[in-house]
Ligand binder design. Structure first.
Ligand code: CMX
Length: 461
């Protein structure tokens, strides 16, 4: 507990924290000032570390790793979060339950504000309530979309997948990239992070407006109130623009947008943003690329796939299937060469804590919802079956196994929209990382690849 009490205060410059970083200058300092204070110290720390340990080996690469999606290769640096295979994610050292405890909340609310999580991811510090409020206000002032993006969104067919709409709209925002403009004017590379920060803040601010426009255009015939209120937090504004008026749904959104934000550096969306950003593409182009990866069914699209699968289950087996009927349906899925969506993970080896906290939310707010009960029953039978299959390394549920059921309960039934919500949240993690990528001057990414022939020659040697 002492650790949390300490985290809530701001310390004088250059004091070391539990995260190995430095606390911000004062309790009312802005996020940019805090970053500007930390960056030179962190640059020095990394420089000295590399000088001393640059040749130290951190692992070995096997041929299976190369053919197997680079699983287990330690080849990336990501400061914002670290994933433990058994425990799950820690954001700058804090677990999800710890974040729920220490991050500032809205008045009368129980769930953390994603603004606080972004601050934590950027700086390693738990912000004050005032700092979080200033971020809510700042994002509200940056939220307006350029007219060409509104026109573009309004002209998209409502049959176009919402993730394609999101990716295209974000790409078009690069028209006004402050980073791209500064680069073309020859800004010194030591200043790159400042412009990446400005673009990232603009992009995060605009994402709920883009996402709500997509929702209203695709499902509500273009109707919607796109006014951003600077007295409301980021999630509350988003929910309002989506056309919902339920404080519990807003609380769910605060939790949802917090927990989907970051999952260390190697997952498809985070890695893509980092990779594209390493070519010094601006944050809009980098983030849009990451969204195209999130739109894959083995990654973020799984939240849509879970709901489709559950509804198919209900349609084929009925609303209250017996345990045997559930087992038969799961085996049928597997035998037809498909995956059980929402289960398994490339790195995790236990139930995802992001699943657990959504389950706790459901137990608190919708314990008797039939779909939630179905999810709970599926949870009892899927892991033993996946274990029996013999090849699945993690039979436990991941983040996507639960989120759709919660959204359905509050009336958001448009399943192919769910990944857009994941994307809005993911911006917080990947853009915090992108700011640090440029602050640390990380170079263009270019790992070495080999052909099978070259590998065969290598092993013969
Ligand atoms: N259902 C059926 N088979 C599964 C499975 C599942 N849920 N999870 C893994 N497997 C299979 C794999 O397809 C693989 O089969 P083959 O050897 O025939 O190709 C085998 O088990 C071994 O895979 P693994 O090493 O355990 O898992 P991977 O690291 O290759 O893949 C993941 C991880 C998430 C893609 C996989 O578990 C999966 O497809 N899950 C279902 C989709 C899903 O929920 N994705 C969301 C993940 C979270 C997120 O990013 O949002």
């Amino acid at each position: 507990m002492a650790l949390f009490r300490n985290s809530l205060k701001c310390y004088p410059a250059a004091e070391k924290t539990i995260f190995g970083s430095y606390r911000c200058i004062s309790a009312d300092a802005s996020l940019k000032d805090c970053l500007a204070n930390k960056i030179p110290k962190e640059q020095e720390r990394v420089k000295n570390f590399r000088k001393e340990h640059g040749n130290t080996k951190v692992g070995e690469t096997t041929i299976d790793m190369m053919y197997g999606g680079m699983r287990g290769i330690k080849g990336l640096v990501c400061e914002t979060s670290v994933l433990d295979a058994d425990e799950g994610i820690r954001f700058r050292g804090l677990s999800i339950p710890e974040c729920q405890k220490v991050l500032p909340k809205a008045a009368g609310g129980d769930e953390p504000l994603p603004e606080g999580l972004f601050w934590l991811l950027c700086t390693g510090d738990v912000p004050t309530q005032a700092q979080v409020q200033s971020l809510s206000r700042e994002w509200a002032t940056r939220a307006a979309l350029p007219q060409h993006v509104v026109t573009m969104l309004n002209n998209m067919p409502n049959t176009l997948h919402p993730m394609s709409q999101l990716s295209a709209a974000v790409t078009a925002l690069n028209h006004d990239s402050k980073y791209a403009k500064a680069y073309s004017q020859g800004v010194h590379k030591s200043k790159y992070w400042e412009f990446v920060y400005e673009d990232s803040m603009d992009l995060i601010a605009k994402l709920p407006v883009i996402a709500a426009t997509i929702y209203n255009n695709t499902y509500k015939g273009g109707k919607g109130n796109m006014c951003v209120d600077s007295n409301l937090d980021w999630s509350a504004n988003f929910v309002k623009m989506l056309g919902y008026d339920d404080e519990k749904f807003t609380e769910l959104m605060r939790l949802y947008l917090t927990i989907h934000s970051d999952h260390e550096g190697g997952n498809v969306s985070a890695h893509t943003v980092h990779l594209v950003g390493s070519a010094l593409s601006d944050p809009y182009l980098s983030f849009a690329a990451g969204m195209n990866g999130l739109a894959g069914p083995l990654h973020g699209l799984a939240n849509q796939e879970v709901l489709i699968w559950l509804l198919k289950l209900r349609e084929q087996v009925g609303k209250s299937p017996s345990e045997q009927e559930l087992k038969d349906f799961i085996w049928k899925t597997l035998k037809s060469g498909q995956v059980v969506p929402g289960y398994g993970h490339a790195v995790l080896r236990k139930t995802d804590p992001r699943y657990t906290c959504q389950r706790e939310f459901a137990l608190k707010h919708l314990p008797n919802d039939p779909l939630f009960q179905l999810v709970s029953n599926v949870y009892k039978v899927v892991p033993p079956i996946l274990t029996e299959l013999g090849k699945v390394k993690n039979p436990w549920p991941n983040v996507d196994a639960h989120s759709g059921v919660l959204l359905q309960y509050y009336g958001m039934k448009e399943m192919n929209y769910y990944t857009v919500l994941f994307g809005v949240s993911r911006a917080l993690g990947v853009l915090a990382s992108l700011i640090w990528d440029r602050a640390l001057g990380l170079p263009i990414e270019r790992p070495k690849s080999l052909s099978t022939d070259a590998l065969m020659k290598l092993v013969k040697k």
